[in-house]
Design a protein around this ligand. Structure first.
Ligand code: GTP
Ligand code: MG
Length: 194
């Protein structure tokens, strides 16, 4: 791909503030701190999405335009224990409203931490995406923290725990080292063209 053009478009909490659905869109979901914003920065090759070592950094729906062709969307994470019940419910509602109503949403990238088996919330998220017929792929993050034998095992564990269909790919990535990003993007772009 030629030079990247990445722009932050806007943040929204509410459907009425989303940008016009005039391009195919790809959203990133996953537990708080799993590396959603970092993965986007690795895709964009610049630090444009806000990252933090503390969970709960991304609190709004953030839209980015990629080469004027695609929107990438950074979402708040789920499973963040240290916020009030009301706050959790607000985030859940915001994420659900987005996922259920965004007509140009082509793909959901669901992130799981490669160091741990998927959590019960990850399983719920996967079942939920499936039940609403959303097109999703699973991406394992932070692969730089694994040794070779752990790397070999992790995708198998994720596949089994999430009960994924054989035709669903699982990409092992590291935003830190940039591994797996090219393969992930090729897969998505090829699928969008089909
Ligand atoms: P929320 O916005 O809170 O939901 O989190 P997030 O999923 O957007 O995670 P974020 O990208 O902010 O990253 C959380 C922490 O994990 C940060 O300290 C990142 O530096 C770290 N991190 C993210 N990706 C990687 C990776 O590939 N390797 C390593 N070693 N650390 C990573
Ligand atoms: Mg984030």
């Amino acid at each position: 791909m030629s030079a990247l053009k990445v722009e932050f478009v806007k943040s929204a909490t509410n459907i009425k503030d989303y940008p016009k659905p005039d391009k195919p869109e790809i959203a990133i979901v996953g537990r708080s701190n799993v590396g959603k914003s970092s993965l986007l920065n690795a895709i964009f090759k610049r630090s444009i999405a806000k990252v933090s070592a503390k969970p709960g950094k991304t609190r709004l729906i953030n839209f980015f335009s990629f080469n004027d062709k695609i929107y990438f969307v950074d979402l708040p994470g789920y499973g963040f224990a240290s916020v009030s019940k009301a706050e959790k419910e607000k985030w859940q509602k915001m994420i659900e409203e987005y996922l259920l109503n965004r007509e140009n949403l082509k793909y959901v990238i669901m992130l799981v931490d490669s160091r741990h088996p998927p959590t019960s919330l990850d399983k719920l998220m996967k079942d939920w995406l499936e039940s609403f017929g959303l097109n999703y792929i699973v991406v394992a993050t932070k692969a730089d923290k694994l040794n070779q034998s752990e790397k070999a095992k992790t995708t198998k564990i994720i596949r089994e725990e999430l009960n994924l269909d054989k035709d669903k790919p699982v990409f092992l990535t590291s935003a830190k080292e940039g591994t797996g990003i090219k393969e992930l993007l090729s897969y998505i772009f090829e699928s969008l063209e089909k």
